[in-house]
Ligand binder design. Structure first.
Ligand code: 13P
Ligand code: SF4
Length: 303
């Protein structure tokens, strides 16, 4: 990509000079994912790896809640996000005050919160989860009923894999909620060989017509291991582009939907971030301790 080369060169040089590390989510564009990222993965991998980052500066190429999670786990480090407006429809669907009200309504019911939430929400919960470990986290409680918030579809998909009663919230991922089972069945009808691989933020009816469902890492591992001739990744667009180089023989059938928040992160903004040390992510000390505990409980959970 000649147009990106000067940025890639400058970012990699500045990264070394500053002693910075770039963490990138699987939805980042290929030029970020392949050319400047040091650590890449799904939300769980990024949270786990953030704990052991050996650098004073972390540049988070992802959305704001991911940068906040890195800051929670590295309070003494500088965490930068190249565009602080990179939000998430799930994260914006709920506040800490909402969780307090839920606790009042369902006293004694454990609260499992998706990592796609603000630190304010994490501070009010018992433990975080990601799409990779949600079922294990829910099953780690003795209680027959568990609140699994704020992603309604993730919660419904978890409910299909546990005997517990799952209470939830009306949050949705604006990217994954757009996929429908009918649209996927059209692809299957046109070519029955197509494998459908979906993210659990999709509606359960979408998972019902899929061959596999898992976190973004789970989806990538499935494709790399199984190497289907044709596959439809029911998730954000950049996933297929990012793994295509590793599995050139696989035919990735699109549609995909773009996450406008993830796409706010670009090479020029990463360069600015390193040049001017912007935008620094901070977490209110009044909530940071409790929010960190919820993330650490998830990371330390033995399943
Ligand atoms: P995972 O990478 O944890 O599967 O999450 C997907 C997602 O939508 C993150 O914003
Ligand atoms: Fe949020 Fe969905 Fe975008 Fe992930 S893909 S950051 S869940 S809006």
């Amino acid at each position: 990509w000649p147009v990106f080369a000067p940025y890639i060169h400058a970012i990699n040089r500045l990264k070394k000079e500053r002693g910075a590390v770039i963490l990138a989510h699987n939805y980042q564009t290929p030029e970020i994912f392949h050319c400047v990222a040091d650590i890449k993965g799904d939300s769980l991998q990024l949270a786990r790896d953030a704990v052991s980052v050996d650098a004073e500066i972390i540049v988070q190429c992802g959305v704001h809640f991911m940068a906040e999670t890195s800051k929670l786990l590295n309070p003494e480090k500088t965490v930068l996000i190249p565009d602080g407006r990179a939000g998430c429809s799930l994260s914006e669907s709920i506040t800490g005050a909402d969780v307090r009200l839920l606790r009042e309504r369902y006293p004694g019911v454990p609260v499992v919160t998706y990592v796609n939430t603000s630190a304010d929400v994490k501070a009010e919960t018992d433990i975080c989860c990601t799409s990779a470990n949600a079922v294990d986290v829910v099953n780690s409680f003795d209680s027959d009923t568990v609140l699994c918030i704020p992603d309604e579809y993730l919660a419904m998909n978890v409910a299909n894999q546990t005997h517990k009663k799952i209470l939830t919230w009306k949050g949705h991922c604006e990217v994954h909620e757009r996929f429908t089972a009918d649209e996927l069945l059209e692809y299957k009808r046109a070519d029955p060989r197509i494998e459908i691989v979906a993210h659990p933020e999709c509606h359960p009816s979408v998972l019902a017509v899929s061959d596999f469902a898992g976190s973004t890492k789970g989806m990538i591992d499935y494709v790399k291991t199984k190497r289907p001739a044709r596959v439809l990744l029911v998730t954000e667009c950049s996933m297929a582009s990012n793994i295509q180089v590793e599995v050139p023989e696989v035919d990735f059938v699109k549609p995909c939907n773009l996450c406008p928040h993830m796409k706010r992160i670009t090479l020029p903004k990463i360069l600015d971030s390193l040049l001017f040390m912007t935008e620094e992510v901070t977490v209110d000390p009044a909530i940071a301790g409790r929010a960190r505990l919820a993330v650490e409980r998830m990371i330390n959970l033995k399943v």
